[in-house]
Design a binder for this molecule. Structure first.
Ligand SMILES: C[S@@+](CC[C@H](N)C(=O)[O-])C[C@H]1O[C@@H](n2cnc3c(N)ncnc32)[C@H](O)[C@@H]1O
Length: 295
């Protein structure tokens, strides 16, 4: 889980919807969900209570809150990483169970009018998801989620990136050069290192540069050169990208959980209002979006 902490530290205001700009259909799905919420919230007497699962920096809550201007919502965000967010419209409020406090959420007895999640709930343990469905909803609650799909572009790209990262992390020549650089920095060793990195990057169709490896390596090498240091350590680059690889694996594993969540939902819901494979402008699968009403 450290990898999510470092992810959110480096991108505090980011959302996992970023990079999916080519999927306006996903935006539409969230807008359509907000319309259902608004319709059902008309004539409310007290604020609606929504649970944003694996909320990150609040993509799902933000989407819903922006579209629901007239319906007061109390959002609760839960996430195992240390991350939180705020909402622009002051009629809505948000509270968190995050980081070390995450497990405390499960000890509370409270239910929600809607469970929402954007690329999030599928990261939880199946037992945790079952608990949420069985104890945190009430009859008529909505379940609105956008989840990773195993056949999506995201899963495909993650697998390709893992292959590329492995070619970098396990390359024998680079390892030898790293040992040499850690014993004595020289421009010619640095050049050899960059040359080999370029070869690996070309072999992976630019994926190493795309993932940021090249930038990190250049930064470390030039720091040593500019500071006139006698040695250069590249361990840090290794740990950053081992971490990144773990995050990619967790994304792939999460996508495998989506069909299991749908199975669980079928047992505890009254009706399925939507189950859609969201596609981008080139018809590639981006995710699976579904809305259920609970029994
Ligand atoms: C792909 S991000 C999505 C975040 C946010 N919903 C968004 O759309 O921007 C996945 C989130 O799941 C959280 N996460 C990963 N594994 C988790 C777990 N086992 N329990 C709770 N949260 C988890 C991460 O910290 C991260 O914030």
């Amino acid at each position: 889980m450290n990898y999510w902490d470092s992810y959110w530290k480096s991108k505090p205001a980011s959302s996992c919807l970023e990079g999916l700009g080519a999927a306006p259909r996903l935006e539409e799905c969230w807008r359509e969900s907000a319309k259902i919420v608004t319709k059902e919230g008309n004539g409310q007497t007290s604020p609606k209570r929504f649970l944003d699962v694996a909320c990150g920096s609040g993509a799902a809550s933000t989407k819903i809150s922006k579209e629901c201007e007239s319906v007061k919502i109390k959002f609760t965000g839960i996430d195992r990483a240390n991350v939180d967010f705020s909402l622009e419209n002051p009629i809505h409020s948000v509270s968190f169970y995050n980081g070390e406090n995450f497990n405390a959420f499960f000890k509370r007895s409270e239910s929600f009018d809607a469970i929402i999640s954007n690329f999030g709930i599928e990261y939880l343990e199946l037992e945790e998801i079952r608990t949420i469905l069985e104890t945190k909803t009430r009859p008529g609650s909505l379940f609105i989620a956008n989840c990773h799909d195993h056949n999506s572009l995201v899963s495909f790209t993650s697998k390709e990136e893992i292959k590329a990262l492995d070619s970098f992390l396990n390359d024998r020549l680079l390892k030898k050069l790293e040992v040499a650089l850690s014993q004595g920095f020289s421009v010619s060793l640095a050049k050899d290192y960059l040359l080999r990195l370029k070869q690996l990057n070309d072999q992976s169709e630019g994926r190493l540069a795309g993932a940021g490896v090249t930038e990190w390596v250049i930064q470390q090498l030039s720091k040593s050169q500019q500071r006139g240091e006698k040695t250069c350590e590249l361990d840090m680059v290794h740990s950053v990208f081992e971490d990144y690889k773990s995050r990619l694996y967790s994304q792939i594993n999460a996508s495998l959980k989506t069909p299991k969540i749908l199975n669980l939902l079928q047992g505890v819901s009254e009706e399925c209002l939507k189950e859609e494979l969201v596609r981008d402008s080139q018809n590639k699968i981006v995710s699976k979006f579904f809305i259920f009403r609970m029994l």
